[in-house]
Design a protein around this ligand. Structure first.
Ligand SMILES: [Zn+2]
Length: 251
């Protein structure tokens, strides 16, 4: 029987038969880990609160042949405000879902752990969750090695981009009007959107709610991040999906 301790954020929790739940955890020590929590869906279970999605919890896990299991757990932070507001819950679900989709099992990254914990704490208090979540997305892609290039055209190097530049997900940053490829996912990015993107990356996560932004620039940034994350998700899940297809292939 091999036991190990981790500090984790619960990304997902799926109910199985007999009141068991399968948890996907992002742990500080071991990255993404899946574990089964026996009997936690019973109303009498004392572990119930600490295994809910978004919970920041200390776990004692037992190594298993197929899945590890929860031996003990104690919640540190349960973020009640996220559960009381449907919008906040969906923002928190978006953040945990991105970490789940974009990270591989067993690859720890303390910066990603701190960023995820940081966004849950900010969402619990902020009045501008939209700005906080955009900042989280930008920081997450940067930690994964995809820091967007925002100082010049990624293709020709032109630095005088204002007011009409575009964000190209495939190029990983801005492109000028001449270098954009019409008919692709390249998104319009005005001067204000460029400035706000830089501020969202550079300001502390807890202070980004002070950034002033027009509705128009907010919509541009939302579209840019949607397209960039879509491109990144396809890129990172591509080989895995391919392997699953190969495995399931029956001639
Ligand atoms: Zn160019």
């Amino acid at each position: 029987m091999q036991l190990y301790r981790v500090q984790a954020i619960v990304l997902n929790s799926y109910e199985m038969r007999d009141a068991h739940r399968v948890l996907t955890l992002y742990t500080r020590e071991k990255g993404k880990v899946r574990a089964v929590a026996h009997g936690v869906a019973k109303p009498t279970s004392k572990k119930r609160g600490a295994v809910q999605p978004f919970c920041h919890t200390d776990f004692l896990l037992r190594r298993g042949r197929e899945l590890d299991s929860v031996s003990q757990c104690e919640g540190r932070e349960i973020f009640p405000a996220l559960w009381a507001d449907l919008d906040l819950m969906s923002y928190a679900g978006h953040a945990t879902g991105l970490v789940d989709r974009l990270t591989a099992d067993g690859e720890p990254d303390q910066h990603i752990f701190s960023l995820l914990l940081g966004i849950l704490r900010v969402l619990e208090k902020t009045k501008k969750p939209e700005l906080a979540i955009r900042s989280f997305e930008l920081r997450l892609v940067s930690l994964l090695g995809y820091l967007p290039h925002l100082d010049s055209c990624t293709n020709c190097g032109e630095t005088n981009l204002s007011p009409n530049s575009y964000f190209s997900p495939g190029a990983g940053g801005l492109v000028c009007r001449n270098c954009r490829t019409p008919g692709t996912a390249d998104c319009f990015c005005g001067g204000e959107a460029v400035s706000v993107l830089k501020a969202l990356l550079n300001w502390e996560l807890v202070t980004v709610e002070r950034i002033r932004i027009t509705r128009q620039a907010g919509a541009q940034i939302k579209l840019i991040m949607t397209e960039y994350l879509k491109w990144l998700t396809e890129r990172r899940s591509g080989p895995l999906e391919f392997m699953e297809k190969v495995r399931d292939y029956k001639p």
